[in-house]
Design a protein around this ligand. Structure first.
Ligand code: UT7
Length: 325
């Protein structure tokens, strides 16, 4: 029995904002953003569009590609740092309703930008333990809503998007998700977090505040390079594969320099990493499924190709999955 990504699709909001557009509103330049991150543009969700809307659109496309009906789903997992509602209900439940499904399990996973890999691992375990045959694993974000537009060091980094995978149990040993590594370093939790003013008591008259992103860029950068390096080492150690066996490494798209630095340590040519940060910026848990959907559309993923997903993010979390496509 294997767990495969049966189909993959994305939803990208139409509104495309260039670095020059941002430079008209905040104190930055295209040259700075591009040279420090590799980002040229990002897409932003219009007012009124929630994370569940992006997730639902991506999910509909993935279901159509997989030729699976919503009522065939046994669960819906949404990895997100920007749920429709903080706390509850889970965005996955809202997605279930918007898809017209009912009854299947639905819950969110909070693992920052590593969320899609965490969710994929949970989904694989659920299917392996016979919690059904098909599930949806979605990474969806509307981070632009939580960006502090006064803080140029983070405002330029993020974009909105969703990516969705239909995962299925099939009887083809050696295919699908072959190995996963998940980890976290909670001591770095406040290196990347949502600042929120706490309410002091049940009788507090404080208005609810909109949380906003705060990041210690240097700490997160160092963590990210170390996480990528450790993940690649561990995957090579824990599987029988060598770097040459991989058709693609698909990293979380946070900063092109992070990927270049990790690649240099192993002598991995840049072309082996699939990168699309230039167009979409950092879309957190959506970045890996959006990259996979784009690769699939371009015909870059062939059946039986070996690929490695590499993620890191708030938590601080990290994770990797080796997949035989
Ligand atoms: O997905 C979650 C994971 N997140 C990440 O992986 C992000 C990790 N961190 C990074 O990618 C980098 O640390 C950043 C891209 C956030 C920042 O790059 P940096 O090379 O570390 O820049 P810096 O923070 O050291 O800032 C250098 C200079 C500063 O000016 P001074 O003090 O040297 O005069 C900043 O004020 O660049 C300035 N600066 C900017 N200038 C123009 C910071 N942001 C901007 C900006 N435009 N947007």
């Amino acid at each position: 029995m294997s767990v495969v990504i049966r189909s993959i699709a994305s939803y990208i909001p139409e509104l495309r904002v260039t670095n020059d557009d941002l430079a008209k509103k905040i104190d930055t330049t295209d040259e700075w953003i591009h040279s420090h991150t590799g980002i040229s543009t990002r897409h932003l969700a219009p007012d009124g569009m929630q994370t569940s809307d992006l997730a639902t659109e991506a999910a509909k496309k993935a279901l159509a590609k997989a030729n699976i009906q919503v009522n065939d789903l046994d669960f819906i997992l949404v990895a997100t740092a920007t749920p429709d509602y903080f706390g509850f209900p889970a965005t996955a439940c809202i997605v279930q309703d918007k898809l017209g499904a009912s009854g299947c399990a639905a819950f969110d996973i909070t693992a920052g930008c590593t969320g899609f890999i965490y969710a994929l691992d949970v989904a694989s375990s659920m299917l392996e333990r016979h919690h059904g045959k098909h599930g949806l694993v979605i990474g969806a974000e509307t981070l632009s809503r939580l960006v502090d537009w006064e803080d140029r060091s983070t405002a330029v980094l993020f974009g909105d998007a969703a990516g969705a995978a239909v995962v299925s149990q099939i009887d083809e040993p050696g295919r699908g998700v072959l190995s996963t590594v998940l980890g976290a370093e909670g001591s770095g939790a406040l290196d990347l977090y949502m600042v929120q003013t706490p309410r002091t008591s049940a009788y507090s008259r404080m208005e609810p505040v909109v949380p906003k992103i705060s990041m210690n860029g240097h700490h997160v950068y160092d963590f990210a390079v170390k996480a990528m390096t450790t993940l690649i080492e561990r995957m090579l150690h824990e599987t029988v594969y060598k770097l040459e066996d991989f058709a693609w490494l698909v990293p979380h798209q946070a900063n092109a320099r992070i990927v270049q630095a990790a690649g240099k340590r192993f002598g991995i040519p840049e072309e082996k990493f699939y990168m699309n940060i230039a167009e979409y910026a950092n879309t957190s848990s959506a970045s890996i499924p959006v990259a996979l959907a784009e690769m699939e559309e371009k015909g870059l993923l062939k059946t039986n190709d070996l690929i490695m997903l590499l993620g890191f993010g708030s938590g601080l979390t990290y994770g990797s999955a080796v997949i035989r496509w």
